[in-house]
Design a protein around this ligand. Structure first.
Ligand code: NAD
Length: 323
C-alpha cells in the first residue's frame, strides 16, 4: 500500500492548484511528511504568498503552468492530487469557461500524467455535485439535484464530468484513482474577498462593516477546518479506495449562526445586514461521513470555536499587513 505517512522519504507528489488555499496546505503537509512536491499552478486564483514559506524548500518545485495546456512532469511521480479549479462562487461565475476547461481538459491531462507515471490519482470533487440536495444529509450514493444551465452549473457540472472521467480512466486504463467530495472548508490562506461566507464575514467584521447574510440566514452549511480536511484527503490518497468519499464536518449550522459566531470571535460591533440569496444557493448542506469514518478511520477533530479563532487570528494579521 502507498504510504503518505512520515516514514516515506522522497516519494513524489504532484499537486495541481498547489498555490491555492487547499493546494498550499496539501503541499505543506506533504513536505512535512517527507515527500517531494511538485506544484503546478497558473495563479488564476492562487498566490505566491501561499507557498512563499516553502519556495526555498529543497523538496519543493513550482511549475507555473496551465494544466489545461500542459501537465507534464519529468521523473517519477507516485501521487497526483488534482486540485486546480476556481472554487468560490465569485471566481467561477467570473470565469465560467476556465472552470469548465480545468474540470474537463485539465482533469484529463492530470489523469494522463498519473497513467503515464503509474501514480495514484486523487480528484478534488465537491459537495456541489449534490446541487440543492433533496436528500439530507448527503451520502455518496445520492446522485444530486443540479441545474446544468443555472449560473452554478459551470462548476457543478465540471466536477460531475470530472468524476465520470476519473471513473472511466479507472475502468478503461486501470489507473489507481480516488475521488474526494469536499464540503465547505475554511481556514488560513483563504482570500478575504473570495466571496465565500466565512472569509467575507471575518473581513467585514474586522473592518467594522455590516456583515452581509444572504436570505434570512436559515440556510445551513457544515464547515470543516482546513487541517482536518487535509488529513482526510491524505488518508484517501494513502488508501486504495476509489470513492467517492465525502470529507467534511457533519456539524451543521445556519449561516446566521456562523455570522453571529464570527461577530463574537472578532469582538466586532458590526451589525448583520440581510441581502438577496444567490440563484440556486443550496438550502441545506451536510455530509454523511460514515464512509470516511469506517473506511478511512477519519473524523474531524478541530472544533468550530478553535478553527474560527485560528482563522480570525490569521485574517487579522493579513489584513493589518496589507492595510
Ligand atoms: P483556490 O481557488 O484557492 O485554489 C485553486 C488553485 O487552482 C489556484 O491556485 C488556481 O490558481 C489554480 N488553478 C486554477 N485553474 C488552473 C489551471 N488551469 N491550471 C493550473 N492551476 C489552476 O480554491 P481551493 O478552495 O483551494 O479549492 C481547491 C480545490 O478543491 C478545487 O478543485 C475545488 O473545486 C475543491 N473544493 C474546495 C472546497 C473548499 O471549501 N475550499 C470545497 C469543495 C471542493
Amino acid at each position: 500500500m502507498r504510504t503518505v505517512g512520515g516514514e516515506a522519504p522522497h516519494r513524489r507528489a504532484v499537486v495541481t492548484g498547489g498555490a491555492g488555499f487547499l493546494g498550499s496546505h496539501l503541499c505543506e503537509e506533504l513536505l512535512r511528511r517527507g515527500w517531494a512536491v511538485v506544484c503546478l499552478d497558473n495563479f488564476l486564483t492562487g498566490a505566491t504568498t501561499n507557498i512563499a514559506e516553502f519556495l526555498q524548500h529543497p523538496r519543493f518545485e513550482l511549475a507555473h503552468c496551465d494544466v489545461t495546456e500542459n501537465a507534464h512532469v519529468r521523473g517519477p511521480v507516485d501521487l497526483v492530487l488534482h486540485f486546480a479549479s476556481p472554487a468560490s462562487p465569485v471566481d467561477y461565475l467570473e470565469m465560467p469557461i476556465e472552470t469548465l476547461r480545468v474540470g474537463s481538459v485539465g482533469t484529463e491531462r492530470a489523469l494522463a500524467l498519473a497513467r503515464d507515471k503509474h501514480a495514484r490519482f486523487v480528484l478534488a470533487s465537491t459537495s456541489e455535485v449534490y446541487g440543492d440536495p433533496q436528500v439530507h444529509p448527503q451520502p455518496e450514493d445520492y446522485w444530486g439535484h443540479v441545474n446544468p444551465i443555472g449560473p452554478r452549473g459551470v462548476y457543478d457540472e465540471a466536477k460531475r464530468y470530472a468524476e465520470a472521467l476519473v471513473t472511466a480512466y479507472r475502468a478503461t486504463y486501470g489507473v489507481d484513482t480516488g475521488i474526494v467530495r469536499i464540503f465547505n472548508t475554511y481556514g488560513p490562506r483563504m482570500r478575504p474577498a473570495d466571496g465565500r461566507a466565512i472569509p467575507t464575514f471575518v473581513r467585514q467584521a474586522l473592518a467594522g462593516e455590516p456583515v452581509t447574510v444572504s436570505g434570512d440566514g436559515s440556510q445551513t452549511r457544515s464547515v470543516c477546518f482546513v487541517d482536518d480536511l487535509i488529513e482526510g484527503v491524505l488518508a484517501l490518497a494513502d488508501s486504495d479506495l476509489a470513492g467517492p468519499v465525502n470529507i467534511g464536518n457533519p456539524w451543521e449550522m445556519t449561516v446566521l449562526q456562523i455570522a453571529q459566531d464570527v461577530l463574537a470571535a472578532t469582538g466586532s460591533t458590526s451589525h448583520i445586514e440581510f441581502v438577496d440569496r444567490p440563484v440556486d444557493d443550496p438550502g441545506v448542506r451536510r455530509p454523511d461521513t460514515t464512509l470516511a469514518r469506517t473506511q478511512l478511520g477519519w473524523e474531524p477533530t478541530v472544533s468550530w470555536q478553535e478553527g474560527l479563532q485560528r482563522t480570525v487570528a490569521w485574517f487579522a494579521e493579513e489584513l493589518s499587513r496589507s492595510a
